[in-house]
Design a protein around this ligand. Structure first.
Ligand SMILES: Nc1ncnc2c1ncn2[C@@H]1O[C@H](COP(=O)(O)OP(=O)(O)OP(=O)(O)O)[C@@H](O)[C@H]1O
Ligand SMILES: [Mg+2]
Length: 288
């Protein structure tokens, strides 16, 4: 019998972060997607790309959205970020209906979008500058966040002088500098080589453990979702929708307690692949 991977209809009382388990804090719902649908106008007709997406995320949770290419993962994340508007339904963050973007929703993309003429620390300061934080304070915050992502000592380097993995860490520090309620990450490690990708997965888990930030992380890499998440929102395609919400009960800290060759890990991978067995061959584009 498999005990590592459960399907659950809701998240109440499930799989809270380690710290919360220790201090007994109750899980509070941070993000709610209620009946969110999105239609795009394409070649003169309406195309439904997201249909009735419902899920919620607790404060401090690490949730991955997993699904084949084109199923609407990025659209879902962009709706949460307020970069595009849903056609119907609502996005509730911390009890309030959300409209539009804001620094309380930190976004990290696959392309880290750093400004090449600025130093590492100046890149982290961008959002703080836009918010009118004074120079001394924004330098203090930026240095603190660079330390969080393990980049102390690289503050004055220029973007072209650091590796791609380091650049992605700068992008994470930049998002964290705004003290976001939620960190939204869209395939942030997709462009990295396999070893750097694994390194970055460990790094983001360490950041998450240190900061307690809630993370919604999009990927189409099954192993990445299993390695990182508390829960996995498995999406289906045509139209994009939530197929199942799965609880990941692998122990934490993952980089110490979990190997990708463990039986429990393999069982979870099999479970996810089975979920997609009903999809047509050409629709299946998961990296395993
Ligand atoms: N601005 C847009 N206008 C029209 N259609 C769009 C727009 N953005 C996305 N779509 C369509 O919505 C669907 C979902 O796109 P989305 O980018 O969310 O997929 P995805 O799951 O992130 O895929 P991938 O894994 O390749 O990144 C696709 O069919 C895409 O063509
Ligand atoms: Mg995408």
């Amino acid at each position: 019998m498999r005990t590592t991977f459960l399907e659950v209809p809701s998240i109440e009382g499930k799989n809270r972060k380690m710290e919360m388990e220790r201090d007994g804090t109750e899980n509070k719902t941070l993000l709610e997607m209620r009946e969110v649908s999105k239609t795009f106008r394409k070649d003169g007709s309406d195309v439904l790309v997201l249909q009735d997406v419902n899920f919620s995320i607790c404060e401090g949770e690490f949730v991955c959205i997993l699904g084949p290419t084109g199923c609407g993962k990025s659209v879902t994340l962009q709706i949460v970020a307020g970069l595009i508007e849903q056609t119907t339904g609502s996005v509730i963050l911390d009890g309030k209906e959300e409209h539009g973007p804001g620094p309380h929703k930190g976004m990290v993309f696959q392309e880290y979008a750093l400004l090449p003429w600025r130093s590492v620390v100046e890149n982290v300061e961008i959002g703080l500058e836009l918010r009118g934080i004074d120079k001394k304070e924004r330098r203090r915050i930026a240095l603190e966040q660079l330390a969080t992502v393990g980049l102390s000592g690289s503050e004055e380097q220029k973007v072209h002088e650091i590796s791609v993995g380091m650049r992605q860490r700068v992008a994470i520090a930049r998002a964290l500098a705004n003290d976001p309620k939620i960190l939204l990450m869209d395939e942030p490690f997709e462009a990295l080589d396999a070893l750097t990708k694994e390194e970055m997965q460990i790094q983001i888990l360490k950041v998450w453990e240190r900061t307690g930030t809630t993370i919604l992380f999009v990927t189409h890499d099954v192993d990445e979702a299993i390695f990182l998440s508390d829960r996995i929102c498995v999406m289906d395609i045509n139209p994009g929708r939530v197929k199942k919400m799965l609880v990941n009960q692998l122990p934490r800290p993952r980089h110490e307690c979990v190997s990708r060759t463990d039986k429990a890990f393999n069982d979870m991978r099999d479970e996810i692949i089975k979920l997609y067995s009903s999809l047509k061959e050409e629709e299946l584009d998961l990296i395993i």
